[in-house]
Design a protein around this ligand. Structure first.
Ligand code: HEC
Length: 301
């Protein structure tokens, strides 16, 4: 099998790894079942032959919320030339003293501040991680809020005296997410999109071994839902090496470096990449995604 080297940047790594220098491109990770054969576009309606990835125009859903959490710019095929004004609120990493100096698109991504594990500073993006921002996690906050509160918060934001402006107004300010997209984010947060990832990943040290069953994961990886499979040669391939991230990182190594990112993308898909049909979209469970993660972690690097 030939290895296709693509300029794919994940910008993700465990806190124990040296920071990679290039994080310009948003992450591009094809993980779950890819549509068999031909490339699909967001407009292809192939429900008749198998599941299709959701498009931004679909009614609100947890899966769309998960894609937006990852990268709303990629979902909407736009980008930001500005840096999120709320970015000035971030703190320097207490261990290294380094500042997360990303700019533009990255500074607007929910995951960049609140994490792939939704635990913010209490999770994998805690002290020592190159994505450190000191932002609070949401896993413990959301149960104390109402959907209406959060819907308004995400749409209209709040005035922040330090910034001197309204921040977090994702619906009325940049990036102008539609009401349905705000609702998708609310569904993601309240209806089981955001989970406690320690159910699926050992988090004592945030070193991230998956708790799933690798044997079950292997068959899901190789056969998917019976229509689409992660292992097809136009997707990740049997050995997870068809697509290399950052030009070098295999699916196996990414799953070890950032299991939270891989779990999230396995569950919801890759924003802007409808070829990748996520586990949730083909009707699989989070446990299925966790089993796949466990299998991928056993792949040769
Ligand atoms: C630049 C970093 C940053 C980004 C990007 C970001 N947030 Fe936040 N978010 C924060 C900070 C800081 C707070 C805490 C504000 C506070 O406690 O006053 C917060 C608070 C929240 C809260 C909790 C509000 C409450 O009631 O306590 C929710 C929900 C939330 N963010 C969701 C999101 C979602 C969804 C996105 C992506 C669309 C997002 N955030 C993107 C920094 C960010």
């Amino acid at each position: 099998m030939t290895t296709q080297t693509q300029a794919i940047t994940t910008g993700e790594y465990l806190r124990t790894r040296a920071p990679l220098t290039c994080a310009l491109l948003t992450s591009l990770l094809f993980l779950a079942a890819c549509g068999g054969g031909e490339k699909k576009t967001a407009n292809d309606d192939d429900i008749g032959t198998g599941p299709r990835a959701p498009t931004p125009d679909d009614p609100p859903s947890v899966v769309i919320g998960g894609l937006l959490w990852d990268n709303h710019w990629a979902v909407n095929a736009t980008e930001s030339l500005t840096t999120n004004p709320a970015w000035v609120l971030r703190k320097a990493d207490p261990l290294s003293g380094a500042q997360n100096n990303r700019t533009g698109n990255d500074t607007w991504r929910c995951k960049e501040c609140h994490g792939w594990d939704y635990k913010g500073v209490e999770g994998a993006y805690g002290p020592g991680n190159s994505h450190y921002t000191g932002t609070k996690g949401l896993v413990d906050v959301i149960p104390q809020r109402s959907r209406k509160q959060i819907e308004s918060y995400l749409k209209n934001g709040v005035f922040d005296p330090t910034v001197g402006a309204v921040v977090h107004n994702f619906g009325t300010g940049e990036p102008n997410l539609s009401d349905n997209q705000i609702r998708s984010l609310v569904m993601f947060l309240f209806d089981g999109g955001m989970i406690d990832t320690s159910q699926y990943i050992f988090e004592d040290t945030f070193n991230g071994a998956a708790r799933g069953d690798a044997t079950l994961g292997q068959s899901l990886y190789e056969s998917g839902n019976g229509v689409n499979s992660c292992a097809s040669s136009s997707c990740h391939g049997l050995d997870g090496r068809t697509i290399l991230f950052d030009g070098t990182e295999t699916l196996g190594s990414l799953a070890k470096d950032n299991p939270w990112e891989v779990l999230h993308k396995a569950r919801f898909g890759q924003p802007g990449t409808p070829e990748m049909i996520a586990v949730r979209t083909w009707g699989g469970t989070d446990q299925d995604a966790s089993n796949i993660l466990a299998y991928i972690q056993t792949m040769l690097q």
